[in-house]
Design a protein around this ligand. Sequence first.
Ligand SMILES: CC(=O)Nc1ccn([C@@H]2O[C@H](CO)[C@@H](O)[C@H]2O)c(=O)n1
Length: 101
Amino acid sequence: MQTMTFFERFERDILAGRKTITLRDHSESYFKADETVVAANLETGISYGQLYITDVAWVNFDDLNEHHARQENMSLADLKKLIREIYPEIEQLYQITFKLL
Ligand SMILES: CC(=O)Nc1ccn([C@@H]2O[C@H](CO)[C@@H](O)[C@H]2O)c(=O)n1
């Protein structure tokens, strides 16, 4: 099974079902819908659950909206700021929607 890493600070939201999407760059666009992956902390490598990917889609940074923000459990302003910290340049983001198993 493939592993999807997340920053440690998102573990609680993922395990509570409050964070149900992640936005990545093309380097992680190999994740596909209908796959189950292991969720793990980027910093510690410790895995903590399995995620079933229900959907994947490309989304432009400028098209991010409140719906994306709600699925990330943060405000749209915070989400955009965060993405610009992680991915300073990119325009196209790969949206991965998942369910905690
Ligand atoms: C290698 C690696 O783990 N990278 C990333 C990249 C992104 N994210 C989160 O996805 C959402 C949108 O980018 C936000 O919630 C991010 O913090 C993450 O947790 N980990």
